[in-house]
Structure formats: structure tokens, C-alpha cells
Design a binder for this molecule. Structure first.
Ligand code: OGA
Ligand code: ZN
Ligand code: ZN
Length: 367
């Protein structure tokens, strides 16, 4: 990548890249990211400059691309000068995110366990699918106690909770949780009563049921976009209203307050918390309560639209790994009592970190 030209105004530097992309940076943002050895530690790359000490009236005096376009030399109104290499200026790549619906059933993101163990590029592809689509299937995971944790450790650390390092989902005589019955479970995200909520969930099938027990997955971010298109006010209300979620058992009292839909500053969905079993009440003035319930019902209507649902039948050795705050999961009721899944949680940052490292490795390999 090269810099093709710059456009200077007192507070803003416009940069035109050779590939046609453009970027605008404020004088204060540029100074905050100054790479010179006074502002940034050479060994660690971490900032030495105290951001809050940057004079707010700072402006740009000059900006000049290197003759070969490999960087830009900038001078500010206080006389500070620095060179920004083009790699420091290139616009950050947005994480790839592809929204999907039930038609994805024809091209499920999946891999075989022995392949992702043997070949790092296949592990990278499997993780990239989880990052982009919010889930992927892994086949042929040995049906051994805790094997689900070994899969989590291919990319991160197991998030231990009061359910342990991993948990069994099976029918028990005296259930603490509806999951431990053979009833169906409506679409949900797990553990919205934790703070923070586990970002990644893995479910590994050991024993399939004699009949039923299918898994249903829905892209919650796609549902948010559908709700935005049909009812923007409903989405806004869900995003601005905190709801309490609660789980209580003999060994834990877990309470957290978060909106059902969390939006980033530019309106992009960041997380959903949908769990009818643990949801308590929305914190909202009385005159908006009815509107909130109507908005929630609209969201659930979109989520449960059959066109949005992907149905899978997990067999022994099959595992699904999914973004627990993007992809909702449900299970159909089943017959008999022998069905057994093992699950565990992990964090999204570990998955993205491993994916980034594997991609860098692949770049070195092809360079
Ligand atoms: C759960 C759950 C899925 C299943 O335990 O939270 O969603 O298929 N289980 O049993
Ligand atoms: Zn500097
Ligand atoms: Zn669940």
C-alpha cells in the first residue's frame, strides 16, 4: 500500500491511498498515535505520551508524503514532527461479518477434528468461520469426558464457572435447570446472568437421543437488522433498556443487568441476551412498559421466523462452537433419557487472538 496524496486543513489530514481508499484523521488523533520515540516506547510499542496532556488547540502545520509514498511526515503547530509509515495509517480492516439465515443449511461451516489438529490453515479456516458467521461445526471429536475443553484450548482458555470447567447436559431426576430435562428449550443465549457473559460456547454430543433433540441456530445479528428495518423504534427501546437476569441455585446467586440488544456507537449489533428462563424485569418507566413488551415480542417473532432458523441434528462426536452473544440456540424436545451433551465456555478475545496469530503465520509462510 502507498500514499498517493494528502489534503491538509488546520485540524484534519486527508490521506488518499494508491488503492483509492481515503482516510481522514484529526490533528489530535494523529498526535495521539504519534510513533516517535518520545511518544511511544521503541521496544514495546506502547504509548509514553499522556493523551490528556495533548493541547486541545493543536493544529497541523504541514504534511508531506515521502517521495516513494511509504509514509507521511507531519508537523503540528507546537513544532513536534513525526513520520507515519503507511502501515500505521492504513484504515483498520473491519472484522468480516456475514449475516445468514436458514438457507445456510446447504453450506454448513464445518471441519473434521483430525484435520484442524493436523493442519494449522484448517484450524484458521474453522476459527475464521466462527468469527465471520458466529458458529461452526466440528466432526469426529472423541467422545471422552472433557474433550470439549480440548477443543476450546485449540484457540483459547476454558472459562470456568460454577458449572465447572465443563458441564453435562443430560436428563436428571431432580433438575436445577430446564436444560437437564427432555423438554424443548426455546431460542436463547446462555448465562446472561453473568457479568461478563461468556462470549463463546461449545457443545459436544456424546449420545444422541432416540428421537428429537435437534439443535436450532439463529443469527441474532441478522435478526437485529431485520428488526431495525421493520421497527427501528422497537430496536432502540430494547437497546436502551436494561433488563435483570438472575440464576439461583444452592451454590450461586448470579445477577446481571444488561439490555436484550447491545448496539455499538454506530448502531452495529454487539451482543444479544435472550433467555426466557432467567430474564427478570426490564428497568423502564411505567408508561413505556407496554412498548418494551411489544418490542420484545417483535424481536422474538423475527428470531423464531422459520426462514431464519437453521436446524442440525448432532450425532456422537459432533461439536458446535458459537458466539454465545450472536447466535441463539434452541433444542427440540426429545424422547428417552440417554441423550448426553458436554459443554464449556471460552472467551471471544482468545479466539480472535489465535486467528490473528495464525493469519500472520500464513502471511510469513507465503511472503
Ligand atoms: C443448554 C442448552 C442444548 C441442548 O444447556 O443451555 O442449550 O441441545 N442445551 O441440550
Ligand atoms: Zn511524537
Ligand atoms: Zn443453552
Amino acid at each position: 500500500m502507498r500514499v498517493a496524496g494528502v489534503d491538509l486543513a488546520p485540524h484534519v489530514l486527508g490521506i488518499l491511498f494508491a488503492d483509492g481508499r481515503e482516510l481522514e484523521l484529526h490533528a489530535l488523533q494523529l498526535r495521539d498515535s504519534c510513533p516517535c520515540p518520545d511518544c511511544r516506547h521503541i521496544g514495546t510499542g506502547q504509548r509514553l505520551l499522556e493523551t490528556s496532556a495533548i493541547p486541545l488547540d493543536l493544529t497541523l502545520e504541514s504534511a508531506r508524503p515521502d517521495t516513494d509514498g511509504s509514509g507521511v511526515v507531519v508537523e503540528w503547530s507546537d513544532g513536534h514532527v513525526a513520520r507515519f509509515a503507511v502501515s500505521l495509517l492504513a484504515p483498520a480492516e473491519e472484522p468480516a461479518r456475514t449475516l445468514w439465515d436458514g438457507t445456510l443449511a446447504g453450506s454448513l461451516p464445518e471441519a473434521a477434528y483430525h484435520d484442524v489438529l493436523a493442519r494449522r490453515e484448517l484450524l484458521a479456516q474453522w476459527l475464521a468461520a466462527i468469527d465471520e458467521l458466529g458458529f461452526a461445526v466440528l466432526r469426529g471429536v472423541p467422545v471422552e469426558p472433557g474433550a470439549v475443553c480440548e477443543v476450546a484450548e485449540l484457540f483459547g482458555h476454558v472459562r470456568v464457572t460454577n458449572y465447572g470447567r465443563w458441564f453435562d447436559v443430560r436428563t436428571v431426576a431432580d433438575p436445577l435447570n430446564l436444560a437437564d430435562t427432555n423438554l424443548g428449550l426455546g431460542l436463547h443465549t446462555d448465562n446472561p446472568y453473568r457479568d461478563p457473559v461468556p462470549g463463546v460456547q461449545l457443545l459436544h454430543c456424546h449420545v444422541a437421543s432416540g428421537g428429537g433433540g435437534e439443535t436450532v441456530l439463529v443469527d441474532g445479528f441478522h435478526a437485529v437488522e431485520q428488526l431495525r428495518a421493520r421497527s427501528p423504534g422497537a430496536l432502540a427501546l430494547l437497546a436502551e433498556t436494561e433488563v435483570a437476569f438472575r440464576y439461583e441455585s444452592p451454590d450461586a446467586v448470579l445477577v446481571s443487568r444488561q439490555p436484550v440488544v447491545e448496539l455499538g456507537t454506530r448502531g452495529v449489533p454487539r451482543a444479544l441476551r435472550v433467555n426466557n428462563r432467567s430474564k427478570r424485569l426490564p428497568a423502564i418507566p411505567l408508561d413505556r412498559v407496554r412498548d418494551w413488551y411489544a418490542a420484545y415480542a417483535e424481536l422474538v417473532a423475527v428470531l423464531t421466523d422459520p426462514r431464519n432458523q437453521l436446524e442440525l441434528l448432532l450425532g456422537p462426536g459432533d461439536l458446535i462452537c458459537f458466539d454465545n452473544e450472536r447466535v441463539l440456540h434452541a433444542r427440540r424436545a426429545f424422547a428417552g433419557e440417554e441423550r448426553l451433551l458436554q459443554g464449556c465456555y471460552a472467551d471471544r478475545d482468545g479466539l480472535r487472538s489465535t486467528l490473528a496469530l495464525l493469519r500472520t503465520e500464513a502471511q510469513w509462510a507465503t511472503a
